[in-house]
Ligand binder design. Structure first.
Ligand SMILES: NC(=O)c1ccc[n+]([C@@H]2O[C@H](COP(=O)([O-])OP(=O)(O)OC[C@H]3O[C@@H](n4cnc5c(N)ncnc54)[C@H](OP(=O)(O)O)[C@@H]3O)[C@@H](O)[C@H]2O)c1
Length: 229
């Protein structure tokens, strides 16, 4: 059974992805911010007992000890999905807006980097694997036609840059590295005015798990479609 480590499974796209992974026979290493979410998740994943394990830690911290615990208890995952993210509203004076960039980097860049850097080298010997960073079209420089949202845009742009670098580093392995836009989705972050349901995001992201996706190593995608950097 392939093991998939995924962050932010208590809500939104992360919960949708976790259910998809369980339904498709993966063992889910589910990461959330707080242990208070465990009861909700146990109820949501009824019917999949023994097919998942839950871990709680704040991504805005040094959680390396938790990654060691995951490795010691579950081994090396075949799939990593860095799904968690924050979208901060940029307002206030220069210092406040700059501090928003720093806070966004902690969760949207530093946490995925920490997870990738802990596991990537260890994944190299696997015959199949995926490292999937959930980014956003708002991190695209080429697609930025309206401006604004500097903290979110800059954190996702750097996540994209980090992902390309990691893809180069892993090019001689069987691990496919991708950065993905899920679409504009009805979640706490996307808001209820978003056009697409969580299922649409899950379907787009699920493409990354197919064999066909290996042709797209190092790309920035929505579904199978390449996005401008
Ligand atoms: N929804 C969209 O339209 C859209 C569009 C483009 C990209 N995305 C990306 O898709 C991903 C998922 O978004 P979503 O819409 O599902 O967002 P969401 O509903 O707001 O969920 C975000 C998840 O990230 C977790 N998280 C945030 N900060 C954390 C921290 N410090 N420690 C641990 N967990 C933390 C949240 O935990 P808590 O519940 O505890 O806060 C939650 O599980 C994000 O990376 C987002 O940038 C979303």
């Amino acid at each position: 059974m392939r093991k998939a480590l995924i962050t932010g499974i208590n809500t939104g796209i992360g919960m949708g992805l976790a259910k998809f992974l369980l339904q498709n026979g993966y063992f889910v290493i589910g990461c959330v911010r707080k242990p208070e979410y465990f009861d909700l998740l146990i109820a949501e994943f009824k019917g999949f007992k023994g097919q998942y394990s839950l871990y709680a830690f704040d991504l805005n911290s040094d959680f390396t000890d938790k990654l060691q615990e995951i490795e010691n208890t579950q081994g090396i995952p075949e799939v990593i999905i860095n799904n968690s993210g924050v979208f901060l509203t940029d307002s206030g004076d220069f210092e406040a807006r700059y501090n928003n960039i720093i806070s966004s980097l902690e969760v949207n860049l530093k946490a995925p980097m920490r997870i990738c850097e802990y596991f990537a080298a260890k994944m190299r010997s696997l015959p199949w694997g995926r490292i999937i960073n959930i980014s956003s079209k708002m991190g695209s420089l080429g697609d930025n036609s309206s401006g604004g949202y500097l903290s979110y845009r800059s954190s996702k742009a750097l996540l994209n840059l980090y992902t390309i670098n990691l893809a180069h580093q892993m090019a001689d392995s069987k691990i496919v590295v991708l950065t993905l836009h899920p679409g504009w989705i009805k979640t706490r972050m996307g808001g209820m005015g978003a056009p697409d349901e969580i299922g649409a995001a899950v379907e787009r992201i699920a493409f990354a798990l197919t064999d066909e996706a290996s042709e797209f190593h190092g790309e920035f995608l929505v579904g199978k479609e390449k996005l401008p950097w």
